[in-house]
Design a protein. Structure first.
Length: 358
């Protein structure tokens, strides 16, 4: 009898230990994120003494170099660091939701053509249909890119939907077709584009945080809060979908509704991030896999952890892009690809037996 009573106690102690371990890891990631954001504020082609900048906020007069540092921190680097952290969290949580939706750790939001559709529409807006007012070019391109991302997902959903629901295989195949069509559009537009437009297209597809402003930070923060709140609200549905669609439906989940809801939340999140910052690869692939090994597969813990880790990874990548070869700035998409491509090959090597490659 005592053995029977000890077993639930031992299990409860194990669960409590796991929760404490997850909280400790989340706290460590949060501290690392704060340190990375501080490094992002003081690092770059212009050296910043943050203590002097803070002290100047409480003084009537300050030296010209301190005033310059204050402007750089408050108007250039702080909005950039905040936007980078928000975009990283959005991309990572979207990647986590996408992997849970298709039940494959090698999945990525780009799999269903979100980034491809955004890039194709952005290329058209730069080379074929430029804005009438040049000063509104960033807003014009971002609007087209966001619309292209949503259009790509709408086409994928239309082609993948059947009377019995939306199958994962059809979703992936439709995404491959949309990506191919987007590549064709980008190639055709690039062929007829002027040199200036071609340079803009190339730079946009590499990703950059250089357009960070407080107005943009407000937009991306509002969008990020809506998208991440929606994804967190779907955490139980993602847990049930991990068991398989049949089992999830048997346990009372409206599989069709939740699949479309999660898909559109991912499309909105990634589409907004891509529209404002260009294509940033591999964040949605690398971060969920790392967090899954640290926090487990329970999406109640996994989704917030991906948000923290995604923000950390992208802030570090952006700081490296500004600091490696000053004053030259490396597009952030190159940095994330340099990190993510070897990691993707490592994942593929791990999964090759399951995928039937060996």
């Amino acid at each position: 009898m005592s053995t029977l009573t000890q077993q639930p106690q031992a299990y409860q102690q194990f669960v409590q230990a796991r929760v404490r371990e997850r909280k400790l890891r989340a706290a460590l990631i949060t501290v690392a994120l704060m340190a990375a954001m501080y490094a992002g504020l003081v690092s770059g082609s212009y050296e910043i003494q943050l203590a002097q900048v803070v002290s100047s906020m409480f003084s009537v007069q300050s030296a010209s170099d301190v005033a310059t540092q204050y402007y750089i921190v408050t108007e250039l680097r702080l909005p950039r660091v905040l936007m980078t952290a928000t975009v990283g969290a959005m991309l990572a949580m979207s990647g986590c939701a996408m992997q849970g939706l298709v039940r494959n750790p090698l999945a990525d939001p780009g799999l269903i053509g979100i980034a491809g559709g955004a890039a194709a529409a952005a290329a058209v807006s730069m080379a074929i249909l430029p804005p009438f007012i040049p000063a509104l070019a960033p807003v014009w391109v971002a609007t087209w890119a966001f619309g292209g991302a949503l259009m790509a997902v709408w086409l994928v959903v239309r082609f993948a939907s059947t009377p019995g629901g939306m199958s994962v295989a059809s979703l992936i195949l439709a995404g491959v077709a949309i990506n191919a069509l987007s590549g064709t559009i980008i190639g055709a537009v690039s062929y007829v584009a002027s040199d200036d437009a071609l340079r803009q297209i190339t730079y946009w597809t590499m990703g950059s945080m250089a357009g960070a402003q407080w107005s943009v930070v407000a937009v991306i923060t509002g969008a990020g809060m809506l998208a991440t709140a929606g994804l967190v609200a779907c955490r139980q549905a993602l847990n049930l979908l991990a068991l398989g669609e049949s089992d999830a439906a048997y346990m009372g989940l409206n599989v069709k509704r939740y699949k479309q809801t999660i898909l559109w939340l991912v499309a909105f999140s990634v589409g907004m991030a891509t529209a404002l910052c260009g294509i940033i690869s591999f964040v949605g692939l690398v971060v969920p896999h790392i967090c899954r090994s640290l926090f487990g597969v329970e999406h109640r813990f996994l989704l917030p952890a991906c948000g923290l880790m995604g923000a950390l990874l992208l802030v570090v990548a952006d700081t490296l892009s500004r600091s490696l070869f000053p004053p030259m700035e490396i597009p952030i998409g190159i940095v994330t690809s340099a990190i993510g491509a070897p990691f993707f090959l490592y994942l593929l090597w791990q999964q090759k037996g399951r995928l039937g490659f060996g």
